[in-house]
Design a protein around this ligand. Structure first.
Ligand code: ZN
Ligand code: ZN
Length: 446
């Protein structure tokens, strides 16, 4: 890691390289020239600069038509590689291939660590896929685009998203779904859709991608459908947290639970996603926000997010749904579950008021979990629903979430509790494993 700075300094010339393609117009006229062209053509794919081709134009090649294209080279850049499950990441010099059709190469400026990265890095119970470059919450700038990319150009500010929006499939065309058929999250795929290959390698050895984003790298390649183009005035070191967890919790409340002004809302789980759900309830004008968590220490911090009351199920003899029903004269108007615990999911449903109560599930349950409740709860006109990425369509909806931050409706600073330079990315993992803080921003340029 000590040599990290000098490595970075050595990569900048690649950014300004240009490749020139030479196309022969009259091959039959000169055999000798034909031979030369072939060699030079091959050469042009690897290292010729525009300058060297200008000298060829001035020289022997009067018969040829030249087309100059801005194409991209392989970049040699720094990335944090996970070589093995649960072992600290290692900053390596990685080759990042140019973007292919419908792909975009992005310079990552800030990235943050989310539980999902840690879950797949630990690889307990899933198929391990290593070596891999993790990371899916980030903010960056488009460096170059592949064929067919019309919506983005170099210099655009973007948030990569682990689930995409192709804008072509049945789900993308439906107003009611954000579950893109083509680009929906796939944690088992470590390669690009286009050709089934990785764009990352170390001395020719491929390194796997993670959820189509792999943002723990100074440069990454993603499908164009996994990038939300945002206001270039938005500070990327803040809005990068909207790539995943914060949008998930916020959208669960604002887009799905939809509490009315003055309503009561219960939030199960006061981690980053739950607190984002509370932030959504605060923005919606809820009068009471009841936080439920097994860790009583979390209440103090939760107050910053609008949580007005706190319940620790361990401190009560009765089921927590009964405690909440008593506190609220029959139940809350809305509840949002952000823990992934099946018992919390059942409590979240059973604590809503009959007639109008809505419970929204966000947390990811264990494989063999089953939801058990009495059907009478449904006949009593309670609604149980769930959400994926807060029902946001990444490309269509995230720019407006960024604007909510820009116009000071949504507060993001309070989610950012730590910051580390890229070289110390493993510290971010330590904070998360200890349950210390909410989001740790990793600065790529430091
Ligand atoms: Zn789609
Ligand atoms: Zn995430």
């Amino acid at each position: 890691m000590g040599t990290y700075t000098s490595r970075r300094a050595s990569i900048s010339p690649h950014l300004i390289r240009r490749t020139v393609f030479v196309r022969k117009r009259k091959p039959e006229e000169d055999d000798e020239t034909d031979q030369k062209t072939k060699e030079d053509d091959e050469h042009s794919w690897s290292s010729h600069t525009l300058q060297s081709f200008v000298s060829l134009v001035d020289g022997d090649f009067g018969y040829f038509e030249f087309s100059i294209q801005l194409t991209q080279h392989v970049l040699h850049t720094a990335a944090a590689v996970a070589w093995e499950a649960g072992k600290p990441l290692v900053i390596e010099e990685v080759e990042v291939a140019p973007p292919q059709a419908m792909e975009v190469r992005v310079k990552i400026l800030f990235t943050s660590l989310c539980h999902t990265d840690v879950y797949f890095w630990e690889a307990k119970g899933q198929t391990p896929m290593f070596p891999r470059i993790f990371g899916h919450e980030a903010g960056g700038i488009v460096e170059s685009v592949g064929e067919g990319v019309m919506d983005l150009k170099p210099g655009d500010h973007v948030l990569p998203v682990f689930t995409g929006e192709c804008k072509e499939c049945k789900s993308c065309k439906s107003e009611e779904s954000n579950m893109c058929d083509l680009l929906r999250i796939n944690t088992d795929r470590g390669v690009m859709l286009n050709d089934g290959k990785s764009r990352f390698s170390i001395k020719g050895k491929p390194i796997y991608h993670f959820v189509g984003t792999s943002t723990f790298s100074e440069y990454t390649v993603t499908h164009v459908g996994c990038l939300a183009k945002i206001n270039p005035a938005a500070p990327l070191d803040k809005v990068c947290v909207l790539s995943c967890g914060i949008s998930t919790g916020l959208g669960a409340t604002l887009n799905v639970a939809k509490p009315k002004k003055g309503s009561t809302v219960a939030i199960f789980g006061l981690g980053a996603v739950g607190l984002a759900a509370a932030e959504g309830a605060r923005i919606a004008g809820a009068s009471r926000i009841i936080g439920v968590d097994l860790n009583s220490k979390r209440f103090e911090e939760a107050k910053k997010f609008g949580v007005t009351e706190f319940v620790n199920p361990k401190e009560h003899k009765k089921p927590v749904q009964e405690v909440i029903a008593e506190m609220t004269d029959g139940g809350v108007d809305r509840s949002v579950e952000c823990t992934g615990s099946i018992n919390a999911m059942i409590s979240a449903f059973e604590c809503v008021h009959d007639g109008w109560g809505v419970a929204v599930l966000v947390g990811v349950p264990n494989k063999n979990d089953a939801f058990k409740t009495h059907p009478m709860n449904f006949l009593n006109e309670r609604t149980l629903t769930g959400t994926f990425f807060g029902n946001y369509k990444p490309r269509s909806d995230l720019p407006a979430v960024v604007e909510k931050y820009m116009n000071k409706e949504l507060e993001l600073e309070k989610f950012i509790t730590h910051e580390v330079p890229f070289a110390q990315i493993n510290k971010a993992f330590e904070y998360m494993l200890k349950g210390d803080g909410l989001r740790c921003i990793i600065r790529m340029d430091a």
